[in-house]
Design a binder for this molecule. Sequence first.
Ligand code: NAP
Length: 261
Amino acid sequence: MNTRLDSRRALVCGASRGIGRAVALALAESGAEVLAVARDAAALASLLDELARGASQTHQAIPLDLSDGGALSQRMQAIAEDSPVHIVINNTGGPPAGLAIDAGPEQFEAAFAQHVLAAQRIIQVLRPGMQDAGYGRVINIISTSVKEPIPGLGVSNTVRGAMASWSKTLARELGPLAITVNNVLPGFTATERLDYIFQGRAEKSGQPIELIRKQALSLVPAGRFAEPGEIASVVAFLASPAASYVNGINLPVDGGRTGSL
Ligand SMILES: NC(=O)c1ccc[n+]([C@@H]2O[C@H](COP(=O)([O-])OP(=O)(O)OC[C@H]3O[C@@H](n4cnc5c(N)ncnc54)[C@H](OP(=O)(O)O)[C@@H]3O)[C@@H](O)[C@H]2O)c1
């Protein structure tokens, strides 16, 4: 089985911490050259240090705000002119928690820009390079909420649904070009985002955060939260030649938590 990514270039968004960082490490370990995007330049520099240890490939840090559409398109153009990118990992911070009914239109607009529009800008620029190479992988890190919307994450649920539909549509459009488009749906994963969600639930309910954690754990057949690397290894598989016939799917990596089929 070929899971190697030697001589492949991978753009990894949201690579400064959490799941994105773990994905950058996993793709590099499989042989890819990583272009790591996030706003925190210092965190990216530290990732690059770690990537450089014992590696033969050259990696790049790209400090960038994915919400800044103009800057994003410009940067993608420069990257594409340099050399084709074969793998794109669309990943960014989740929208703030809260009920959908309480969210202003500007919150939906901001989330749509940071998630769907950023992904659209990226693929529009990078698709010709994938097409010419005869190899493309677009992998979106979204959420199990595309199968079962999560209470208290109104804007997130809405934007993830849009992202999943965008992805399924593109999978059909780009499939004939040997470009696959898939979604990975993480379950509870031990990152800053999970801490933020639990903190919010604790404040809202007045319950201690440890109780909130216990309640969440009771929903997971695996009986524990995921490590970011467990999400990343699935992403690395989908990015590889071994996953060439997997296209247009939503793949939960959630320890069995999601109840729907
Ligand atoms: N952790 C979980 O349990 C879980 C479960 C289901 C779904 N998810 C989703 O999976 C994704 C990743 O989760 P995570 O837990 O790794 O999140 P995280 O720890 O909050 O990390 C988010 C990453 O996105 C980057 N980012 C945020 N806003 C950005 C922007 N405007 N421009 C560029 N980069 C930006 C952050 O870097 P900078 O701050 O440096 O920009 C960071 O690297 C999120 O969408 C999250 O909602 C997570």
